[in-house]
Write a protein that binds this ligand. Structure first.
Ligand SMILES: Cc1cc2nc3c(=O)[nH]c(=O)nc-3n(C[C@H](O)[C@H](O)[C@H](O)COP(=O)(O)OP(=O)(O)OC[C@H]3O[C@@H](n4cnc5c(N)ncnc54)[C@H](O)[C@@H]3O)c2cc1C
Length: 508
């Protein structure tokens, strides 16, 4: 076999592929992970950004998924406290939609089904006489509060890929799977793989096993690898969000019930904004999802049913849409299709194995990775035992006081630097913030200031350590500084990143 041989080659650096690569590398497997785009280039950056048990999945009897998700909230709060934080949700009671006994029963299950160590239990509230009803119409009197968590989704994937690299994985972005075919040597079956890099050049590697973690592309890639169409299908269900100026005071989120039985979240976002979503629209075209005017109106209409100050189209500052790559379990209602993940392992006639991943949540990605490697274990006998549960992601080793205290702790260490810039770096990078700020003493030491808390010094680190190659990678995935930035500032970021990447290429 050629020198570039891997035990496992993972196609797709969304949350699931990155999680599998991290776990595999830490188990001593020689690991390759590639993505045709940037890290978190597809579904994993367009989520509702929740680490949640999925209260509404209880109505669809998804107990396995909810139990696993509830337990994973605590694991992720511990592994990445800089980018995962607890969030309380207020559910206004609407007796004609779901009776109070049903909500109480659901929340009781939610409190007790999975491990809950740090998050608070649910409780009932008077919305009119407490802060929990901020921003709502006065007619909403009674509500329930429960706890989940939120995450910076794209950064979760980036940090997971960084940890994979720290454990020895070879991470290649802008590198697509061009083709792969099964072969056999004296040592056993293997894959001969052709990758296409950003320059269009084909690179050959071999691997004992393949993981198809291509999200919405899972069926296309699986069928190409097996040279035959699979029976299993993937349902592409679009979910869209709108971002509006902040609609209520307070740090809690709302979970709003609609007459169609769906729910929509209203979540404080990026300081000054509220994130409202999502929709559930089955689609055929899934490559470049975009919100439609109907979806905008649906979200505005539902929000306005509850909010005291009505929102209009002009309030929508940003929108984004993602595709749920759901395993087709034959349900016609897009909201009822299982949100759980499913694996399909193909190794026909004892040939090389490929594991295809259908579905999955950000919340369950670590457990999904463990289960994926269990499924591949017979093909990878040298694999070491599980290790990720007690581990932390890069920058997550915060001192006592955790996320609440860390940004101010960093501000104290850098008293002459702009407070909001330092806080932003501390939140995004956790303890790695100290390495980025380094010996900076004055604002000038941070280099060009692009606004929204982004400076040249942080961009340097994103290009050097986090595979950022374009302004978009920096503004919308490694950070969300693009939100609220004027076009001219974005153009300056584009130009600066281009300068950094060519300087890096010259030294490579
Ligand atoms: C609207 C919406 C809201 C959601 N909200 C939440 C939430 O709040 N909480 C939660 O836990 N989950 C949520 N989810 C679910 C979660 O986001 C997804 O399940 C998860 O991100 C899927 O990750 P993935 O790695 O499987 O796929 P993706 O993130 O789509 O990654 C697949 C990758 O494969 C790459 N790829 C494809 N083909 C090739 C090829 N030939 N060569 C190389 N690379 C290739 C793509 O570029 C892509 O980067 C939400 C999903 C949606 C759509």
């Amino acid at each position: 076999m050629s020198a570039a041989h891997f035990d496992i080659a993972v196609i797709g650096t969304g949350v699931n592929g990155a999680g599998i690569a991290r776990d595999a590398a830490g188990r001593g497997l020689k690991t390759l992970i590639v993505d045709q785009g940037d890290i978190a280039a597809a579904t994993s950056q367009w989520s509702t950004k929740l680490i949640h048990g999925g209260l509404r999945y209880l109505e669809y009897y998804e107990f396995r998924l909810v139990r696993e998700s509830l337990a994973e909230r605590e694991v992720l709060l511990r592994q990445a406290p800089h980018i995962v934080e607890p969030l309380s949700f207020v559910l206004p009671h609407e007796p004609h939609l779901r009776p109070a006994w049903m909500l109480r029963a659901g929340l009781f299950l939610y409190d007790h089904l999975g491990k809950r160590e740090t998050l608070h239990a649910s409780f009932a509230v008077d919305l009119q006489r407490s802060r929990w009803g901020a921003g709502l119409k006065p007619q909403f009197r009674k509500g329930f509060v429960y706890a989940d968590a939120r995450v910076d989704d794209a950064r979760l994937v980036v940090l997971t890929a960084m940890d994979a690299r720290a454990h020895g994985a070879d991470v290649r972005t802008r590198t697509a799977l061009a083709s792969a075919r099964r072969e056999r040597s004296a040592e056993g079956p293997f894959w001969r793989i052709s990758l296409r890099d950003a320059a269009g050049d084909e690179v050959a590697v071999t691997a004992t096993t393949l993981v198809n973690a291509t999200g919405p592309w899972v069926k296309v890639v699986r069928d190409a690898l097996n040279g035959a169409p699979s029976v299993e299908n993937v349902r592409h269900v679009k979910g869209s969000h709108i971002v509006v100026p902040r609609v209520h005071d307070g740090e809690h989120a709302y979970i709003l019930q609609n007459a169609d039985k769906r729910i929509v979240f209203v979540i404080p976002y990026a300081g000054r904004y509220s994130l409202i979503g999502t929709t559930d629209v089955p689609v055929v075209e899934f490559e470049k999802p975009e919100i439609t005017p109907d979806e905008v109106d649906y979200l505005l209409r539902l929000a306005n049913t509850y909010l005291a100050k009505p929102l209009g189209r002009a309030d929508v500052k940003w929108t984004f849409s993602g595709i749920r790559p759901l395993y087709d379990d034959g349900k016609s209602d897009p909201s009822a299709i299982t949100r759980d993940y499913t694996f399909k392992l193909d190794a026909p006639d004892g040939g090389a194995a490929v594991l295809s991943v259908y579905g999955g949540k950000l919340t369950t990605y670590r457990k999904l990775a463990e289960h994926a490697l269990d499924a591949l274990a017979p093909h990878l006998p040298s694999m070491k035992p599980r290790w990720t549960e007690p581990a932390v992601l890069p920058g997550g080793d915060l001192p006592p006081g955790g996320r609440a205290a860390w940004p101010d702790e960093v501000v104290k260490r850098y008293p002459k630097l702009p407070v909001e810039t330092v806080r932003g770096i501390a939140r995004r990078h956790g303890t790695r913030a100290l390495g980025i700020l380094g010996d900076a003493k004055t604002p000038a030491d941070l280099g060009e200031d692009f606004g929204q808390g982004l400076t040249a010094r942080e961009v340097d680190a994103l290009v050097r350590d986090e595979w950022a190659l374009t302004g978009e990678d920096v503004l919308w995935r490694r950070t969300k500084c693009g939100l609220g930035m004027i076009d001219a500032a974005r153009a300056r970021v584009d130009a600066y990143v281009a300068k950094c990447t060519s300087a890096l290429a010259a030294t490579a």
